[in-house]
Design a protein around this ligand. Structure first.
Ligand code: ADP
Ligand code: MG
Length: 405
């Protein structure tokens, strides 16, 4: 994989695929971690006189046609504004993705300038399963950079997507991996190649279906699996506990049971919650009480782990030498239900070894809860991408970087 130091960019238009998919409350950015993580590569390329045209996606625009999606948003406008503030220079945003406005913004770039295209997911072909449709969009994007154009992949969080701007575009232009992608891959490699032991994996988040594949794969490398959050209720149910109205994926119970049995055969310790915070509903001010897992009220839903679980999880992290954490263990977005996630983050922060946080929401939780970012070795910008890497699946965006052009 070639890095940007080996790419001739001076005076050339560089299409930089970044991951600027930041959480928004309306048009207000609630966590700009991914924008900040993208700064070093942008600054370096600008310092080398590249003409930088950033391609990024935001949210999930709805509608079949470009016009519907562009009208419904979300626009990258707030992101361009924040990026401009952080860089201390103007960052013009094209009004379209690969149309007239994009062409005129590209033509207006001088050496060292930075501009952005509108939300790439306004283009339905970006995520198309039809190879020809994606290739068509890739050609329109490449044309914006002209005959000397270059491509830099720095959007780690999108590398697991077989999308036009991630997978097809690098085949059309001389390309390299940005510093963020290089750094992220280096850390994941340390997790997969001979991690120091005990290697403890903490998994939370909403649903086991998102993460069962990675769990199955991790049984071959991790020593201990701590499971909390929304996905833990399906695990508890598989063990015969009632979980009331908590998040549950009934149809995953057989697979979850298989994973538990396989963990037993391989001697991987699985740590599950022993008490839960039972709330009257999914709301920030829902009434709630702590109950042991064996005594969960039928009309309640769990939004967080209880104090005994917080202590248990912390104690099973204390001796770790390698930790990977993905997924908040409670609805941390509601302050009343953030204690479990805080406890996990703090316990990992105390670990003496390699500690990696992966996942958009997990990374946001760390920052929103005010846990010092430097208490972890690495906070990844990509949840799905890091999980698929740990699953052992080739990431389309990395495969493309190893290909010709
Ligand atoms: P990441 O983005 O870090 O990979 P996920 O997207 O898998 O994490 O999961 C994050 C979401 O899981 C959060 O929005 C959080 O509110 C939700 N969640 C965590 N625990 C629970 C729970 N106990 N009940 C409902 N939702 C939960
Ligand atoms: Mg998420």
């Amino acid at each position: 994989m070639r890095g940007i130091d080996e790419l001739d960019v001076a005076g050339r238009t560089v299409l930089l695929r970044a991951d600027l998919n930041t959480p928004l409350d309306g048009t207000t950015i609630t966590d700009d971690g991914r924008i900040r993580a993208s700064l070093p590569t942008i600054t370096k390329l600008a310092g080398r006189d590249a003409r930088i045209l950033i391609i990024a996606h935001l949210g999930r625009p709805k509608g079949e046609l470009y016009a519907q999606r562009a009208a419904g948003g979300p626009s990258l406008r707030p992101v361009a504004g924040r990026l401009s503030g952080l860089l201390g220079r103007p960052v013009p945003l094209a009004a379209d993705v690969a149309g007239e406005s994009a062409a005129s913004v590209a033509a207006g770039l001088a050496d060292g300038d930075v501009a952005m295209l509108e939300n790439i997911r306004f283009e339905p072909d970006e995520t198309s399963k039809d190879d020809a449709a994606r290739a068509g969009l890739a050609r329109r994007l490449a044309a914006l950079a002209g005959p000397d154009g270059r491509y830099v992949a720095d959007g780690f969080g999108a590398l697991h997507r077989k999308h036009a701007s991630v997978y097809d575009l690098p085949a059309l232009l001389p390309h390299a991996a940005g510093d963020l992608v290089v750094a992220e891959v280096a850390v994941l490699r340390r997790l997969t190649e001979n991690p120091e032991r005990p290697y403890v994996v903490v998994l939370g988040g909403a649903k086991p279906s998102d993460k069962l594949a990675v769990i199955a794969n991790l049984l071959g490398s991790a020593d201990r699996l701590i499971i909390g959050g929304g996905m833990s209720y399906t695990f508890l149910k598989a063990q015969g506990y009632e979980v009331g109205k908590s998040l549950l994926e009934e149809d995953m119970i057989p697979q979850v049971s298989q994973v538990l049995a396989e963990a037993g055969r391989r001697g991987v310790e699985v740590v599950l919650p022993v008490d839960l915070v039972a709330a009257t509903g999914y709301s920030p001010d829902a009434e709630h009480e702590v109950v042991p897992v064996g005594d969960f009220p039928a009309d309640r839903e769990s939004l967080d782990m209880g104090p005994a679980t917080r202590e248990l999880f912390a104690s099973r992290l204390a001796d770790a030498r390698t930790v990977f954490w993905n997924g908040p263990v409670g609805v941390f977005e509601f302050p009343a239900f953030a204690a479990g996630t805080r406890a996990v983050a703090e316990a990992i922060g105390r670990v003496n070894g390699l500690t990696v946080v992966g996942g958009g929401d997990s990374a946001a939780a760390v920052r929103i809860l005010g846990i010092p970012e430097d208490s972890f070795t690495h906070i990844s910008t990509g949840g799905g991408a890091s999980l698929e890497y740990l699953e052992g699946r080739p990431l389309p965006g990395l495969v493309a970087l190893d290909g010709p052009a």
